[in-house]
Write a protein that binds this ligand. Structure first.
Ligand SMILES: Nc1nc2c(ncn2[C@@H]2O[C@H](COP(=O)(O)OP(=O)(O)OP(=O)(O)O)[C@@H](O)[C@H]2O)c(=O)[nH]1
Ligand SMILES: [Mg+2]
Length: 493
């Protein structure tokens, strides 16, 4: 018997009548059960609607992985160029300083070589290395070729291009760590095998966290156009930063000498003897001196894609896509620093990603890592690919492989560089582009098959991401495929 409090009006109102018959009681109880059922149904409906809304809002998450200089940031820029054009246009002016720095570096690299060769031919300077930025170690390990016929022209060029050293230091200071390349080191960098094994209790240290919610914008921030709301003094300062007038003055003043030094036959001979393919190096802008070393220079799309700015740590980029199947949808893309010591931070971002785009530059079968000159770059890429494929955290994540820098690969093979001299397992196969591509692709496919914890499809694209038109076509296929997985993942939430 239920006791009803005489003071509680609600309890009194819903209490069964005092002399309820058994039939009346049955009717009442089934009405109450039906009311509860409808109530629960409405609750469930509301819950599902909430989940659906959350799913709809959830951004598409993509992680770009690969060794340093593999083209991760260049791929990201392609996404921005094709799908978030407004933002791309807003950033255009800020890239000017990066491109100026890239160009200045090209010239200073040539000057370093001249200084080095001059000091080689002058025994009194041999041990000091002059004012060259090459280490003694590097000088000693370079092959000694014939002495070069330097003339007063070279000494004059060296003198007149001197201000570029200061300009480089100035721009590097303003752009921060991203503007400086990592130098060769043989000390205890994380091997690709243990790249992701960071102790659980340790968050990655400073440089290896998200350095800015806006990615490369942090480096470009100082070079952003001035705004109407700021003081005139602020805007004048900002205009100076953007136009970098000191640097631009130096560049304009050095324009003719830069062209002369690049076209000089002795310089070409030095670079040839060093087997230095400066043309294939990141951020090579010497052929565009005329355009870049001018006061009204505005970077083109292609300049921006080719500009080299190292990624420091893990950078998060949010794009609201304006084009494509996912127009109106937010994409969250993580661009990581690819040097060996940066890789420990990657695993923190594996959780919850819809797809990984893994880049491997297949042109680099004959190159060594900048941060560790003992390691072949292709070998490093294989090991890294194996680590990513074998990660349990990623066992259900779609991985898309970009075998990148096919343009450089093609040029290299045409010059007669033989794959088998660097990759013995290539054997006596034909040394042409199609055979080499197929061979490398097969190797990556086999690694994926062997090391993935669960069977996964093998998605591969041959790319030259500096070719924005061809890359647009690749990205539309990739967008479609990532979207499919994103929707499927959302349903599994
Ligand atoms: N020729 C050619 N250059 C490329 C290609 N992909 C990238 N590059 C250039 O190579 C340089 C390095 O590319 P990034 O995108 O900065 O490399 P990353 O993987 O982001 O490197 P980190 O930030 O150091 O990890 C840039 O100057 C690019 O323009 C390509 O397919 N062909
Ligand atoms: Mg990068």
């Amino acid at each position: 018997m239920v006791r009803i409090s005489e003071d509680d009006p609600l309890a009194l109102a819903i209490a069964p009548p005092p002399n309820e018959s058994p039939e009346e009681r049955q009717v009442r109880e089934s009405a109450e059960a039906e009311a509860t059922r409808i109530n629960n149904e409405i609750d469930e409906q509301l819950r599902l609607e909430k989940v659906a809304l959350r799913k709809k809002k959830r951004p598409v998450k993509v992680l770009l992985l690969g060794q340093s200089e593999s083209g991760k940031s260049a791929t990201l820029k392609n996404f921005q160029l094709h799908y978030a054009h407004r933002e791309w246009a807003q950033e255009r002016a800020s890239w000017r300083a990066v491109i100026q720095l890239n160009l200045i570096r090209n010239v200073n690299y040539i000057l370093d070589n001249i200084v080095r060769e001059m000091s080689m031919s002058d025994p009194s300077k041999r041990s000091t290395g002059g004012d060259s930025s090459f280490s003694d170690d590097e000088i000693e390990t370079q092959p000694r070729g014939p002495s070069f016929q330097f003339t007063d022209k070279h000494r004059l060029l060296k003198l007149r291009l001197g201000p570029l050293r200061r300009a480089q230091a100035d721009l590097e200071c303003r752009l921060g760590a991203a503007s400086q390349e990592v130098l060769s080191t043989t000390v205890n960098t994380a091997t690709p095998f243990d790249a992701f094994h960071v102790p659980q209790h340790r968050r990655p240290a400073q440089e290896f966290c998200i350095s800015s919610s806006n990615g490369w914008k942090s480096a470009l921030d100082k070079f952003r156009p001035f705004s109407a709301g700021r003081t005139e003094q602020h805007n004048v300062r900002r205009r100076k930063d953007i136009e970098g007038d000191d640097v631009t003055d130096v560049l304009v003043g050095c324009k003719e000498d830069m062209k002369t030094i690049w076209e000089d036959s002795v310089v070409q001979e030095i670079l040839h003897q060093r087997r230095s393919r400066i043309e294939d190096s990141p951020g090579f802008f010497l052929p565009a001196v005329e355009r870049i070393a001018s006061r009204d220079y505005q970077p083109t799309d292609n300049d921006i894609i080719r500009a080299r700015l190292r990624t420091v740590g893990v950078q998060e980029h949010r794009f609201l896509f304006e084009e494509g199947r996912t127009a109106g949808k937010e994409w969250l893309m993580y661009d990581v620093g690819g040097t060996r010591s940066s890789r420990a931070a990657w695993a923190w971002y594996f959780d919850d990603v819809d797809a990984i785009i893994f880049l491997s530059p297949i042109s680099c079968f004959d190159e060594k890592l900048a941060e560790d000159r003992r390691i072949n770059r292709l070998e490093d890429s294989y090991l890294l690919w194996r680590s990513v494929c074998s990660s349990r955290l990623l066992s259900k994540t779609q991985i898309i492989l970009f075998l990148n820098k096919c343009d450089i690969l093609t040029a290299k093979l045409r010059r007669g560089v033989r794959v088998k001299d660097h990759v013995p397992s290539f054997g006596e196969r034909k040394n042409d582009v199609a055979t080499v591509m197929k061979y490398f692709q097969q190797h990556f496919k086999e690694i994926s098959r062997q090391s993935s914890p669960e069977p996964r499809p093998f998605f591969v694209h041959f790319t030259s991401v500096v070719d924005t038109k061809a890359t647009a076509a690749t990205l539309s296929v990739v967008e479609e495929s990532i979207l499919r997985d994103h929707l499927r993942n959302a349903d599994l939430l």
